[in-house]
Write a protein that binds this ligand. Structure first.
Ligand code: NAD
Length: 547
């Protein structure tokens, strides 16, 4: 039987202090069966995104953390602990680098060769940097995206609107909940019934219907009644989209979150069962890739067809357009990316997917921090609505956590206020603050976060490196530098940070530095690219842009 990992709960420490304990708990929390998509293979989410290279490497990470001293730093190379260095108490306790390859070698083939030799692992974004919080981590961003798209295109929320999509995995599974929170109907395909059941179980999805025609019929009834509802269909995306097209139905919105960034492990070809696909992948990976590419071309052609008929269609950050374009669908990039369309204005204010986790394991700690967030940011209607809806609708996975898209200034103020709660004993244990790598200053990803930058700087990867170096200098508890997350090997470079609030004054100083610098790097990045909103914001908030 596969070994099960789960974060310890409560206030007793297995490590020398809470800085180290936090890493010890969070790496295991990433692999909690409630959290990870495939914990037996150490896969957290996003196709092959892993928390550690293999079981032996994971045990070595855990045993090293158990003996790590407060002035030492553990070094992790692609999911394996390779050593410990003497630093100082305000330095990070862990430094991680995952899946990085030199430019000319940065291909899936080379990555897979090295992975098969046991030399690397794919870290995705928050998988290899130990701050994945289950599907909640993406729900608010997905909700904000659908709300922004509704406002832009319909001047309203999504009541009476049908959103069609596919991929109900670790991240994509947030789509049905986000759409219904925005008032709409979501019809989503996934080839894997177990993934659909997982979303039903965590209450991210309302209903499963395996016949695509019946599922479409039900979705149309719900749309007519303006009822917020979500339906998962066990079929290939191409099958669902063909049924929608043949019925002459035009979805109000259309997108996709299958793991199309990885044509071998993440994406599943059509015209065969999931079992047949799994078998083909093992037997003949080349033939599998050929089938995947054939399917992705058909998939994007169907999306373009429905876009042509009037569906508001956008790419949801899975590199599907590139795969289809490279397979011969020349028009693939007529589908716009969601970042330039809906998210970039938030990045200009340093706003992004900030989150925190209660290391105690107690839901009451998150309830207390929610209350604090409402008292500090309740004047912002969208943040207030999100917290209230999340309290009603989000089932915690693993350690209780909350995501809140806070911006520059807000993150540092909130980090300090939570540290005060820990100091005063109002929480049962310390809290960690982190974020997705899909943030304002931490990523270069020309098919996603930095698509169509105003000054053409899409592929410049100095920014995430500077972001990470700044977070090390500021004293984050752990800092990671990854390649290939979100859109695949060769397509992105990004960094993450996690910082512990243990109630001490030293932690307060670190939190104020890290949670100021981290979003500041995003404002800088966008101001430098010429975004007036970021330049005005920097001037207004007296952010020093040099000179
Ligand atoms: P995942 O691997 O956990 O889930 C992918 C799901 O797609 C699986 O359930 C799989 O069964 C299903 N699937 C694969 N091919 C299919 C097909 N042809 N038809 C129907 N279903 C199919 O991945 P995830 O974590 O949910 O991420 C999905 C994608 O979204 C990835 O490419 C990821 O990089 C990207 N992503 C986007 C954002 C964002 O903010 N937009 C954030 C994170 C990840």
């Amino acid at each position: 039987m596969a070994e099960i990992f789960r974060s310890p709960r409560g206030s007793a420490l297995s490590c020398a202090n809470w800085q180290i304990e936090a890493a010890y708990r969070m790496v295991q929390n990433n692999l909690d069966p409630e959290v990870a998509e495939d914990p037996a293979n150490l896969i957290v989410y996003g196709g092959l995104g892993k928390a550690a290279r293999n079981h032996e490497a994971l045990h070595r990470i855990l045993s090293t953390l158990r003996r790590l001293k407060p002035d030492e730093t553990m070094i992790v190379q692609s999911g394996k602990c390779v050593g410990v260095m003497r630093t100082h108490e305000n330095a990070p306790r862990v430094l991680l680098a995952n899946s990085n390859l030199v430019g000319d070698w940065a291909t899936w083939d080379e990555f897979r060769r090295l992975d098969a030799m046991g030399l690397m692992m794919y870290g995705q974004m928050t998988a290899g940097s130990w701050i994945y919080i289950g599907s909640q981590g993406i729900v608010q961003g997905t909700y904000e995206t659908f709300v922004a798209a509704g406002k832009r295109h319909y001047g309203s929320d999504l009541a009476g609107k049908l959103v069609v999509t596919a991929g109900l995995g670790g991240m994509g599974g947030a789509q049905p909940l986000a759409v219904t929170m925005a008032g709409g109907v979501c019809l989503g395909a996934d080839v894997d019934g177990a993934r659909i059941d997982k979303r039903l179980h965590t209450r991210y999805l309302d209903e499963r219907i395996d016949d695509p025609k019946k599922a479409l019929q039900r979705a149309l009834e719900m749309r007519a009644q303006k009822k917020a509802w979500s339906i998962g269909v066990r079929c290939n995306a191409t099958e669902l989209l063909a049924v929608v097209r043949d019925a002459g139905v035009v979805p109000d919105m259309l997108t996709d979150q299958t793991s199309a960034h990885d044509m071998l492990i993440g994406y599943v070809p059509d015209e065969m069962s999931l079992e047949q696909a799994n078998d083909l992948r093992k037997r003949d990976p080349k033939a599998y890739l050929k089938e995947s590419r054939r399917t992705v071309c058909k998939h994007v052609a169907l999306m373009l067809d429905l876009q042509e008929r009037g569906a508001i269609t956008f790419d949801y950050g899975n590199n599907i357009r590139t795969e289809a374009r490279d397979g011969g669908v020349a028009e693939a990039f007529r589908i716009k990316g969601f970042i330039p369309e809906y998210i970039r204005p938030l990045f200009c204010e340093g706003r992004g997917p900030f989150r925190w986790v209660a290391l105690s394991g107690e839901a009451s700690d998150i309830a207390r921090t929610d209350q604090l967030a409402l008292s500090m940011f309740g004047h912002n209607e969208s943040l207030r609505t999100w917290i209230e809806k999340a309290q009603q609708r989000i089932a915690f996975q693993g350690l209780p956590a909350r995501i809140l898209w806070l911006g520059y200034g807000e993150r540092a103020a909130f980090g300090k206020a939570v540290n005060d709660l820990v100091r005063k004993g109002e929480l049962k244990a310390p809290v960690v603050f982190g974020r997705d790598h899909l943030d304002c200053g931490s990523v270069a990803s020309p098919y996603r976060e930095t698509e169509a930058m105003q000054d053409g700087s899409d592929a410049i990867a100095d920014w995430p490196l500077l972001n990470a170096m700044g977070n090390v200098a500021a004293g984050a508890t752990w800092v990671s530098l990854h390649h290939g997350g979100g859109v695949g090997i060769g397509k992105s470079i990004h960094s993450g940070q996690v910082t512990v609030a243990d109630g001490s004054l030293e932690a307060e100083a670190r939190l104020l530095r890290v949670l100021t610098w981290d979003p500041q790097s995003g404002v800088m990045r966008h101001a430098d690219a010429g975004y007036v909103a970021a330049q005005d914001f920097a001037a207004h908030r007296r952010i020093d842009l040099g000179g």
